[in-house]
Each structure stands twice: as structure tokens, then as C-alpha cells.
Design a binder for this molecule. Structure first.
Ligand code: GMT
Length: 376
């Protein structure tokens, strides 16, 4: 198949899912064209089966806001026509499905009928979509997609609850390439540069947005380090970083907390991590938790959104209500405080992650694409 993928090219989340999906589809013989404003972070290899088309938005002084959707839909029309694309897979209802719909309509004028699959990742539904201002555009974009998928059951339920949806939503969970994490080369980890042998390493990775509640990460760690020798690795950049840094100083734990910034080496950090914290307000899925688990790292998370579909209570980790600092800290101590228990949770975290192996999930997309192409 010849597939065009539209996504955000950013670190983490939907951008990573879309990029990894495109890469594996190309390895399985499909031709994949990425269309976005910047080369996606994980799209390292361009080949005859993988192309990248950059969306440029011409600057016109007349426009107060430069029209990205217009530029994207025009780019989509050109790429579909010139490369004989058979299917559009857009990640995010707005603005991508919105622009995709316009492209479809323009192509229909020329007698070209192309199906559009929209994957919902959460932020557009739970945060942006729920803002009444964007509601009509999100509803329209979903209802006018040919096929719609969501990354968790919980996100599907939320979408049906918040919007007037006439389309069937199929759940296709996010995935991880388990084969990339087969051998743990602990010697490469350089654990000793990060912590002493008798200290446990706790990690948080996110874009430090408000929804991630990174102050809760610091508060939970503060409680844990009173009982267990530990260090906290904070990986990422974002608007709430300063708040967390201030809190660390206030609590006088600066010597135990490292802010590592944005990193391309998250797997290396996870390799020496003992426990992962993700106390988010909501997560449609929680890819960061899955990335921790495939590295055999147990997870303490909140019990909102799709997190309970990824982190299994009492098995791969523990789940608590949003803001339940003492609950999360107690569970962390329960896992870290007993070496045998920690070893058991590490194995179990890995076992759960394997259920989301890319080779189990990608055929679900291929099957959907085939159905979409046949019905176009
Ligand atoms: O969580 C973020 O800030 C990034 C966001 C995105 O759009 O990339 O992540 C969303 O999509 C991911 C991939 O499907 C999910 O794993 C995240 O849970 C989801 N984030 C939220 O729902 C807050």
C-alpha cells in the first residue's frame, strides 16, 4: 500500500507512535510518506520506502495568523496526486483530520477518492476538544473520517461521552518494538555516574506540561527518600519545570534530584531505573509508562484515562487517585523496599509490555487500511 501519514513531529507521544508505525510499515513492504512541518524526531532513515514531505507555510504579512491547515491540505493534495497515495492516516482530529477532509474534497473534484483513517491520541479529545470553542471542528473531523481509531478503550469512551459521534471508533492500542529491548547491556548504562550502588533510581519522563503534575513527582519522591536511599531523574523540558525545580530547592533535596533536560537517550536512562512515576491528571494511554515497562521498570501511576489498560494494579506496578501523594509513596516503598519484590515487579512489568509488541498491533492497522481502501 502507499500510505501518507500526517502527525506532529515532536518528542514523545503521538509523534513517536506515528513515526514508529510508518517505519515498521515500510519494513513490511509498504511505501510511507510522512507529511508534517519538520522531520519527525525518530525518523532517522529515509529510503525508497520512506519519504518525508515538509509543509511550508508561506509568510504573508496580510495574515495575522499563518494558515497551517491550508498549507497542509494543499501539500496533501499534491503528494497524493504525484505519488499515487492510496490512503491518508492522520494522527489527531484537529488540525490533521480537519485538513485531511479538505484535501479529500479537493481531490474528489479531480475524480480521486482517497480514504482517511484518523487516530485519536487524547490531547485533542480530553483537553483541546473539550474546550467548547473547538468542539464543532473536532466533532466534524471525526464524523467525516472514513475510519476512526483510538489508542485506548478509555479514550473511546471519553470521545463518545464528550462529542456527538456517529462513527464507529475502533480501539488499536499503542505499541512498542519489544525486539529493540532484548539484551540489557547494563555495562553501557553507566549507572554509577548517576547514583551510588545502595541508592534506588526513580525516573519521570514527560514534556512537563500541567497535565503531567510534575510537582507530584517531586512530592512522592520526597516521601520515598525519607524511607529509602534514592535519587530522582527528571527527563524532559516544559512549562512546569521551574515549579518543580523550586519545589526541589524548598524541600532541600537538590542533591538527590537531577533535571536531565530533553534526551534522545531515554532508553539508556530507563535501563538503570528501578521505578517510574507518572502521576498525570489524565493520560489517554501513557506511552511513557509502556516505554518504562519494556525496560523492565515497574510503574507507579494514577488510575485515570487509559493508564489502567497499560499499568496493571499489583502486577506491573500500582495505581492511585490523582494527587494521592502518600498512596503513591507507600506503593513505591513497597516495591523498592524489598529486593525480591522489586525483581518480581521488574519481570512482570516487562511481561505486560510484551502484550503491546509492535508485531501484534501493526497487523490491526494493516487490516484496517485494507478495509478502508476497499470501501473508498
Ligand atoms: O502527553 C502528551 O503531552 C503528548 C501527547 C501527544 O499528543 O503526543 O500524548 C498523548 O498521546 C500519546 C500517544 O498516543 C499517549 O500515550 C498519551 O497518553 C497522550 N497524552 C494525554 O492524553 C495527556
Amino acid at each position: 500500500m502507499k500510505i501518507a501519514i500526517v502527525c506532529y513531529p515532536t518528542f514523545g507521544g503521538s509523534g513517536v507512535v506515528a513515526t514508529e508505525l510508518g517505519l515498521i510499515l515500510s519494513k513490511r513492504g509498504h511505501e510511507v510518506h510522512f507529511i508534517t512541518y519538520k522531520q519527525p524526531v525518530r525518523l532517522e532513515q529515509i529510503s525508497s520506502k520512506i519519504r518525508f514531505h515538509e509543509v511550508n507555510v508561506p509568510e504573508y504579512p496580510l495574515f495575522h495568523y499563518q494558515p497551517y491547515e491550508l498549507a497542509l491540505s494543499s501539500k496533501l493534495v499534491n503528494v497524493v496526486k504525484h505519488y499515487g497515495i492510496e490512503l491518508l492516516h492522520v494522527h489527531y482530529a484537529i488540525p490533521h483530520a480537519y485538513a485531511g477532509y479538505m484535501a479529500k474534497k479537493m481531490l474528489e473534484e479531480e475524480g480521486i477518492h482517497i480514504p482517511m483513517v484518523t487516530t485519536l491520541h487524547g490531547t485533542d479529545i480530553n483537553i483541546v476538544g473539550n474546550h467548547p470553542f473547538y468542539k464543532p471542528a473536532v466533532t466534524f473531523s471525526i464524523n467525516n473520517s472514513d475510519f476512526v481509531t483510538s489508542v485506548s478503550k478509555s479514550l473511546k469512551e471519553d470521545t463518545l461521552k464528550f462529542f456527538d459521534i456517529r462513527k464507529e471508533i475502533e480501539v488499536i492500542p499503542n505499541f512498542i518494538d519489544v525486539s529493540k529491548y532484548q539484551q540489557k547491556t547494563f555495562t553501557d548504562c553507566q549507572r554509577e555516574l548517576m547514583a551510588h550502588d545502595d541508592e534506588k533510581i526513580i525516573t519521570h519522563v514527560s514534556n512537563f506540561r500541567k497535565v503531567k503534575r510534575i510537582e507530584d513527582v517531586v512530592k512522592v519522591f520526597y516521601e520515598v527518600q525519607k524511607k529509602i536511599k534514592a535519587r530522582l531523574m527528571m527527563v524532559g523540558e516544559g512549562p512546569d519545570k521551574e515549579l518543580a525545580e523550586n519545589l526541589v530547592r524548598e524541600l532541600k533535596i537538590s542533591d538527590k534530584v537531577l533535571f536531565l533536560g530533553q534526551s534522545n537517550e531515554v532508553d539508556k536512562i530507563l535501563c538503570f531505573t528501578d521505578l517510574f512515576l507518572i502521576p498525570s491528571e489524565t493520560e489517554s494511554f501513557g506511552l511513557a509508562a509502556l516505554e518504562a515497562m519494556v525496560n523492565s521498570v515497574p510503574v507507579i501511576s494514577t488510575n485515570t484515562g487509559g493508564l489502567p489498560e497499560v499499568n496493571i494494579e499489583g502486577y506491573s506496578g500500582y495505581l492511585h487517585n490523582v494527587g494521592d501523594i502518600s498512596g503513591m509513596a507507600n506503593s513505591a516503598v513497597k516495591i523498592l523496599g524489598d529486593e525480591q519484590n522489586l525483581a518480581k515487579f521488574k519481570l512482570q512489568a516487562r511481561e505486560v509490555a510484551e502484550r503491546f509488541d509492535i508485531n501484534k498491533i501493526v497487523p490491526l492497522y494493516e487490516d484496517l487500511y485494507q478495509r478502508a481502501i476497499v470501501t473508498a
